[in-house]
Design a protein around this ligand. Structure first.
Ligand SMILES: NC(=O)c1ccc[n+]([C@@H]2O[C@H](COP(=O)([O-])OP(=O)(O)OC[C@H]3O[C@@H](n4cnc5c(N)ncnc54)[C@H](O)[C@@H]3O)[C@@H](O)[C@H]2O)c1
Length: 284
């Protein structure tokens, strides 16, 4: 219930902080914005939002959102968590630090993580604003994956209301464990999907620069076939032709290591998360 609920956004002038703050500013929540960099503070002020010192904001908040870089989440949480009100919720926006045991511990507050899915490639967009909102959180509806372990339904409902506001418009929030959320991001969507997105761009450059195909022709056929590859591959919309299957098998053989599924082993997940957080190892 927004009325009477106070939310503190720490790192409110950063990339996610700005998105989250814009949506909260348009809600019925009472919101306090904290930001320690001059550039971030100026961004908040130019958006008409007052900056509150983080200590003051955290002490009165029912929900504290940490929108700070993942590599400092451990240190920032050491500072923030002891000052929070009993029963309040600490919400982080990425599972890496929670999974790695980097967040300060406290038994009388709740720890939630919520990551936006971004608007689906298959979303039936009907307006220009929805097409322009590639990231989500403005006009294009998206889903969210979130984790909140060991809390009752009432706490989960409070968290879900805030999560649905910061990432609005939201279609659904999917509740998973912190580990499952870490398998989704980074493994499924960064290690695989984002890597493939950049790989496609590199393949386009190679087609133009090495094979000498005009860029416009190469771009046109790649963008169209990327759609077909996704809709056939993910949804089975049309069958790939027999000849296409031969080329696909050749590509898999040439490009993909037979051992690629190792990335789903917990030890590999631990390794990539430790690298992302620039720590020696995750804590179990
Ligand atoms: N950027 C994305 O696309 C994206 C998407 C989903 C989730 N996330 C998550 O959102 C979180 C923030 O990432 P970001 O990309 O917005 O980072 P960012 O670097 O853009 O912004 C972080 C902000 O936090 C401020 N800050 C740092 N320490 C602070 C402190 N002690 N007190 C107050 N402010 C402080 C910085 O000045 C900066 O303005 C991370 O957990 C990240 O994984 C980011």
């Amino acid at each position: 219930m927004p009325e009477g609920t106070t939310i503190a956004v720490i790192g409110a002038g950063g990339k996610m902080g700005t998105r989250v703050s814009n949506n909260l500013a348009a809600s019925d929540y009472s919101v306090l914005y904290s930001e320690n960099s001059t550039a971030g503070q100026e961004r908040l002020e130019s958006a008409g939002l007052d900056v509150t010192p983080s200590d003051d904001a955290v002490r009165v908040a029912d929900v504290v959102i940490l929108a700070v870089p993942d590599v400092v989440l451990g240190t920032v949480s050491e500072d923030v968590v002891p000052k929070m009100t009993p029963g309040s919720i600490l919400l982080t926006l990425d599972p890496a630090a929670a999974y790695a045991g980097q967040l300060a511990e406290r038994s009388d507050i709740h720890f939630a993580v919520a990551h936006p899915c971004h608007p689906s490639v298959f979303l039936e967009r009907t307006t220009t604003e929805q097409w322009q909102d590639t990231f989500g959180g403005v006009a294009a509806p998206q889903e969210v994956v979130a984790a909140l372990e060991g809390a009752d339904d009432a706490v989960r409902e409070r968290a879900e209301a805030v999560i649905s506001t910061i990432y609005a418009p939201v279609i659904a929030v999917h509740w998973v464990t912190v580990r499952q959320l870490a398998v989704l991001e980074p493994t499924l969507v960064e290690t695989i999907a984002c890597m493939i997105g950049e790989f496609l761009n590199e393949a386009l450059d190679e087609t133009v620069n090495t094979a000498g195909v005009p860029r416009e022709a190469a771009r046109a056929i790649l963008y169209g076939h990327t759609w077909i590859a996704l809709t056939n591959g993910l949804r089975g919309s049309n069958p790939f032709s027999d000849a296409c299957h031969i080329a696909m098998d050749y590509g898999r053989d040439k490009i993909i290591k037979p051992t690629w599924k190792e990335i789903f082993d917990d030890s590999q997940l631990d390794d990539v998360i430790a690298r992302m957080l620039r720590i020696d190892a995750v804590k179990r």
